[in-house]
Every structure is written in C-alpha cells, then in structure tokens.
Design a binder for this molecule. Structure first.
Ligand SMILES: C[S@@+](CC[C@H](N)C(=O)[O-])C[C@H]1O[C@@H](n2cnc3c(N)ncnc32)[C@H](O)[C@@H]1O
Length: 221
C-alpha cells in the first residue's frame, strides 16, 4: 500500500500535471521538438512542469541577476529568463560550443536573447571569474551541469548569492540511485553525499522536492 503522503506519478498523471500546471507556449514547444530530434540526449532537458516551476521560483525571488550551470539547448534558461524582473540578466553556462549555439538560436526565437549572456566553457572557470568580482550580487542559481561538479558549484553559488537568494539543484534523486549508488556511479555518490551535507548546512534553508528527478531548493540565510 502506498504512503498516503505521496503518490507515484504515472505517465498519464504526469501528462495531467503538464496540461494543468504548466503553460508551455509555442516557443518552448519548438525548443522541445528541435531538441527531441537530437535523439537520446534530449532526456537531459527539463520537463514543462519543471520549467513552469523555474519561472515561478525566479519570479518569487524577484531575481534581477541569475546564473545557470548546464544550459544544453536552452529550455530551462528561457524559463528562468522569463521570470526575471525587468532589466534582469541571466548568465547561462554551457561547456559545449554546439549546444551553446543551439541555445543562442532558441533564445532569439523565444525573444529572450537580450536578457541572456552565454558563457561557453567549463562552468568552474566562469564561476571562478564571477566569485572574485560579484560575490553576493546574484539572486538565483540553477545547477544542472555535470554531477561530479555539483559540490564545487554549490559552494561557488553560495558565494555569488545575496542573503535570501535561491539555489536550485536538479537531479538530486538521480533516478532513485541516491539510495544506494553503484560503486562505478561517481555522480550518484557525489550527489548522495552532497544531499546529506546540504540537509544539515546551517548556511541555508532547505526543501527537497520530489518533482521530476528531484529538485533541492537551498535558500541562503
Ligand atoms: C542536463 S543538461 C542541462 C539541461 C538544461 N538545463 C535544459 O533544461 O535543457 C547538462 C548540460 O551541462 C553541460 N555541461 C556538462 N559539463 C559542464 C561543465 N563542466 N560546464 C558547463 N556545462 C557543462 C552539458 O554539455 C549539458 O548540455
């Protein structure tokens, strides 16, 4: 018998959530369709319901300065950019030049290119540059790049955020493997360790959401 405090999502129920809890417009649908054509890698893209959550969180924080680590073809970045305050800016970090180019085209088509600076290359390098000059200047951070990099990204984002700013970490359940990461799943072990560390990190308020593949909200105190 299932615990009455949560339900397991079926594909039908997830469709229901997307239909009634997200407003994926033509621009975002086009990004989803063009990304699907890339094949299996498309699984990396966030879902429409998570996209709606990203826009909502950005707006609730009142973000004018945001950073994303792991942009891929730009779906989540568009969602964040849409939640920014007027005049706000998003720094979108992507390792692969081809993906950054695809994201750039998608930002143009979605009408948010004027709000997004794309940083091509390892996110750690962009963060090293920014933490030196922009400590406490950011309101919002989304971490969705290589999983082994998460602990360092988390620390850098804490430096970048003002008190009250929000870090959103994606894939914190890692398909359920965080319960017992395989010996050869370094990303799983890193995420599981980081989850435990954030749970008792007095520098942040924390809420882990069982949305999509698991999302942690860490609000800097
Ligand atoms: C899960 S995908 C991001 C999905 C994206 N947020 C979306 O909604 O479409 C992860 C991305 O992080 C990029 N990435 C991997 N390692 C990186 C690094 N060290 N620095 C920056 N980006 C990295 C990958 O190339 C990939 O495009």
């Amino acid at each position: 018998m299932s615990d009455p405090k949560f339900i397991a999502l079926t594909p039908e129920l997830h469709d229901y959530v997307v239909r009634n809890g997200a407003r994926e417009d033509d621009a975002l649908a086009a990004v989803r369709e063009s990304t699907a054509a890339l094949g299996d890698v498309a699984v990396m893209q966030i879902s429409p319901d998570q996209g709606a959550l990203m826009t909502m969180l950005t707006r609730l924080v009142g973000a004018t300065k945001a950073i994303e680590l792991g942009t891929f073809t730009g779906y989540s970045a568009i969602c964040i950019a849409r939640g920014l305050e007027p005049g706000g800016r998003l720094t979108a970090c992507e390792l692969e030049p081809e993906r950054a180019e695809a994201a750039r085209a998608n930002f143009e088509a979605a009408g948010v290119a004027d709000r997004i600076d794309i940083a091509v290359g390892p996110a750690s390098e962009t963060l090293a540059r920014l933490t030196g000059s922009e400590a406490e200047a950011y309101d919002f951070a989304f971490i969705d790049a290589d999983k082994t990099g998460y602990p360092g990204y988390y620390e850098s984002c804490l430096t970048l955020l003002r008190p009250g700013g929000l870090i959103v970490l994606d894939n914190v359940l890692r398909g359920g493997t965080v319960l017992d990461p395989a010996a050869d799943d370094e990303g799983g072990r890193v995420i599981a360790e980081l989850n435990e560390r954030i749970a008792s990190d007095e520098r942040v308020d924390v809420a882990m959401l069982a949305v999509a593949d698991g999302i942690t909200l860490a609000r800097k105190r």
